[in-house]
Design a protein around this ligand. Structure first.
Ligand SMILES: Cc1cc2nc3c(=O)[nH]c(=O)nc-3n(C[C@H](O)[C@H](O)[C@H](O)COP(=O)(O)O)c2cc1C
Ligand code: SF4
Ligand code: SF4
Length: 434
């Protein structure tokens, strides 16, 4: 079994799987059970300032998007930060950390954007023995309207300012949790780095309305006939999160800034993908809320087995795919592939034919007895048939060898790399050559 011990900005945990700040980490009872199930760490549900507790709605607070098999693909929530007393949370954090010294306990904080508010809460959190703090600059609903959460995360100057306060008033490692509700994730990440953040974590939830009740004409979740936008998460947001993580990992100004990857992690494979694109560890919320705490066991065994098979250590995986994440213009235009249908696997449903004939390149032929074959002379290798085929690996893409004839262009495949930067049709390339 590969060693999954993780050291994220000096915070040690037996594995890189942490529960994200959310209902699974809202109280001692949950966190103890999570640790018993095997989670390496938790980010405690976001604490607010001392004072009257936060008030949540009393109607439904979640909405969902499902796949055809009713598998939950996306979750929307209008829940706020913890609605439990600050002192109660602090007491429980202390007790849990005392009993699980080998696990990571990071405390998420969201208080008003005022120096005094941060100065007041940080020593109290530090006193619990917690391993670090995470600054919640991400929640896009409820708290943002009060000038916190994503309202801070959307203004790089505020991120930098608050991060500086936190570094000034606390010795704990500081993770800045970013909102995806921005045009580019880079300015917020750069601001966190300038402010002295030890790491960033992302993504928090995406501003969303999952559905509309067509009898009451209200967004859902509906509270007494009215709805409000929520924050979207779960498997559906993973592609957005992966891209944002990778953008930070590869940009020259943010490269090297430790990243905790969040967003739709459900299996060990999702986690490995986040790590390959630069995340030092991952955090999980929706998958635990959907399937329970025990899913971490599959994550641990799956990742260990994968690392063993690849003869890699955990640190070898982190960032391994970053150099291969390039701008479009650097993709090799001499790499040619063609779709191939495995006739033994094909169930003759015809979806590939409909997709290619109606919306792609008319490159799949259908015989009278429903045998589907690829016309190589038409196939542009778009991959749509692979994406719509209901049988996994029934359609695959074959890479043409160098020197082989591409029947579509009538040209032999060149062994050289050639991309848009040097292509004759690119006016900028022509200009450079002159
Ligand atoms: C019901 C719910 C409550 C959440 N509350 C918080 C919170 O208090 N603080 C926070 O930083 N993130 C909160 N989040 C966001 C999660 O920590 C996480 O960033 C997001 O759900 C994406 O991860 P996932 O796709 O694994 O769920 C919440 C998410 C959900 C679903
Ligand atoms: S890869 Fe695209 S063009 Fe080729 S057969 Fe499939 S759908 Fe048609
Ligand atoms: S979509 Fe797949 S299974 Fe259906 S006809 Fe095409 S190759 Fe066969």
């Amino acid at each position: 079994m590969a060693d999954l011990t993780s050291d994220f900005v000096g915070i040690k945990s037996p594995n890189p799987f942490w529960l994200a700040s959310a209902p699974p980490t809202d109280k001692e009872y949950n966190v103890r059970r999570a640790f018993e199930a095997g989670w390496g760490g938790v980010v405690w549900k976001t604490l607010g300032a001392e004072g009257p507790p936060i008030v949540n709605v009393n109607g439904p607070r979640y909405g969902a998007i499902y796949g055809a098999d009713r598998r939950l693909l996306g979750l929307n929530n209008i829940e706020l930060i913890t609605d439990r007393e600050l002192q109660q949370n602090l007491k429980e954090i202390k007790a849990v950390k005392r009993d699980y010294p080998d696990r990571a306990v990071v405390v998420s904080i969201m208080v008003p954007c005022e120096e005094e508010a941060w100065k007041a809460i940080l020593p109290a959190v530090e006193e619990t023995g917690a391993d670090g703090v995470e600054l919640n600059f991400g929640c896009p609903h409820g708290m943002a309207e009060r000038g916190m959460g994503s309202a801070v995360g959307q203004v790089p100057e505020y991120i930098e300012m608050v991060t500086r306060w936190v570094k000034q008033y606390s010795r704990l490692p500081c993770i800045v949790k970013l909102t995806p509700n921005v045009t580019s994730i880079l300015p917020p990440a750069m601001a966190a780095a300038r402010g002295g953040a030890d790491a960033v974590s992302l993504i928090n939830t995406i501003k969303s309305i999952t559905n509309v009740d067509l009898d009451h004409f209200s967004p859902f979740p509906m509270i007494d006939g009215k709805g409000s936008h929520g924050g979207y998460c779960g498997p559906a947001v993973k592609p957005i999160a992966l891209n944002m993580v990778a953008e930070i990992a590869r940009h020259e100004e943010t490269r090297g800034l430790p990243i905790s990857g969040i967003g739709g992690v459900t299996t060990w494979r999702d986690a490995a993908e986040f790590m390959a694109l630069g995340a030092g560890n991952v955090q999980v919320c929706t998958a635990a809320m959907t399937y329970g705490f025990k899913i971490v066991q599959e994550m641990i065994s799956g990742l260990s087995q994968y690392l063993d098979e690849k003869d890699m250590e955990l640190p070898d995986l982190i960032g391994r795919a970053v150099p291969n994440f390039v701008e479009w213009q650097h993709l090799n235009l001499n790499h040619v592939t063609k779709a191939v249908i495995d006739q033994d696997a094909c169930i003759q449903c015809g979806r590939c034919y409909a997709a290619c004939e109606d919306t792609s390149h008319q490159a799949i032929a259908m015989s009278d007895d429903r045998v589907f074959t690829v016309k190589e002379e038409e196939c542009v290798a778009c991959n749509l048939c692979v994406d719509v085929c209901p049988v996994e690996d029934c359609i695959t893409m074959r890479t043409l060898e160098a020197g082989e004839m591409d029947l579509r262009t009538g040209q032999r495949v060149s062994p050289e790399h050639a991309d848009w930067t040097t292509h004759p049709n690119n006016p900028a390339a022509r200009h450079a050559a002159e």
